[in-house]
Design a binder for this molecule. Structure first.
Ligand code: MG
Length: 370
């Protein structure tokens, strides 16, 4: 089987209400996503998506994906998409680094490989595990009452696991964390995500004032070095998200015992091929994972749910569906909130989801063999 075409669409995804993180430093009103379609000489079609949650969240941006695919397309045309490692190495030769650019092509290859095997993608990523995948809400930063209002909306959708954004003024953050903790009901869980906002001294102050809450605190500082400084001086469980970008980062996280939880976002680490390797390494090291992506439609989320579905509990912690924040979702099928804050990987071969092709219009770029 050979890849015979690479088609690219840009997708404007308005948020249903503005979303702030990092104490309001970063504010988003819409996302810019990229859909990629791979066609093959045997008629199978694969879909992938890349959406880096704006340009300010990570060293990644939507137009970078589209420009990068222009570089990658000639390198993958003619390759067998079922040979996911071979395709990945070809992409790494054609464009070193830029992991998020590779993710949508890699995702589409996995979609085709699973269709060709006649299996849902989760079965190619290790095998479907028991039970459904727990979802977590994503609660934008705000006053304690604003945070609670968002949590109540998430509860109405069935969510029992919340990721609440903190990371502003330290005293206000201490108040926010204590307030939210006191409002959690039996069986509910909350993680406090600072999205790199605190300096190490601020993180130490905020965490040591809330030790007794024993909640996971995510990405307190900008860098892994700063995180390790904080780690030595606090006692609660920690999570690393934005500072995990490469396999080298994960090896250092394991070597230093930096955290109990990682946020494994498919696009940020460079696609399912790399995320699967990281998943396996985290399991060996006893690290729990939030397996998800950085944004996008149900297509991107469904790929994450497949990887989560193939990861046993308790390593699989929770997964986020960005689509809950969007006003549009031009995707058919796929993994959805079942109403109880959980989702299942689709049973049909491949990703089990695809865009409504009529609604997409003409692709903005199409690459074919020269
Ligand atoms: Mg996070």
């Amino acid at each position: 089987m050979k890849i015979t075409g690479v088609d690219v669409w840009a997708l404007d995804l308005p948020l249903n209400r503005p979303y702030s993180l990092s104490g309001g430093r970063l504010r988003f009103e819409r996302l810019d996503s990229t859909l990629v379609r791979l066609t093959t000489d045997e008629g199978l079609i694969g879909w992938g998506e890349g959406c880096p949650w704006g340009s300010t969240y990570l060293p990644a941006f939507a137009r970078g994906i589209r420009a990068g695919i222009e570089e990658l397309a000639p390198a993958v045309l003619g390759l067998d998409p079922r040979r996911t490692d071979v395709v990945y190495r070809a992409m790494s030769v054609a464009l070193p680094g830029h992991p998020y650019v590779k993710s949508p092509i890699d995702m589409a290859c996995w979609d085709i490989a699973a269709q060709a095997a006649g299996l849902p993608l989760c079965d190619l990523l290790g095998g479907r595990t028991e039970g459904s995948v727990r979802l977590h809400s994503s609660i934008p930063s705000g006053s304690p009452d604003e945070l609670m209002a968002e949590i109540d909306l998430a509860r109405a959708e069935g969510y029992t696991f919340h990721s609440a954004k903190v990371g502003a003024d330290v005293d206000a953050d201490i108040e926010r964390m204590r307030f939210l903790d006191s409002r959690m009901e039996s069986g509910e869980e909350v993680t406090f995500d600072a999205n790199r906002a605190w300096l190490p001294a601020e993180a130490v102050a905020a965490l040591n004032a809330t030790t007794e809450l024993n909640r996971v605190v995510e990405q307190p500082c900008e860098t892994l070095d700063q995180h390790l400084q904080v780690r030595r001086l606090v006692r609660q469980p920690l999570a690393i998200d934005e500072s995990l970008q490469t396999m080298g980062d994960l090896l250092r996280i394991i070597e230093t015992g930096a955290c109990e939880v990682v946020g494994l976002k498919i696009g940020r680490v460079g696609g399912l091929t790399v995320a699967r390797r990281m998943r396996d390494l985290c399991m060996e090291a006893g690290i729990r994972m939030n397996i998800e992506d950085t944004g996008g439609t149900t297509l991107q989320a469904t790929a994450a749910v497949h990887l989560a579905q193939a990861t046993p509990e308790p390593f699989r912690r929770a997964t986020w569906l960005c689509v809950e924040h969007l006003t549009v979702d031009p995707i058919e099928g796929g993994a959805r909130n079942d109403g109880s804050g959980r989702a299942n990987a689709p049973a049909e071969p491949g990703l089990g989801t695809r865009p409504d092709i009529d609604g997409l219009g003409e692709p903005m770029a199409s690459h074919r063999p020269q």
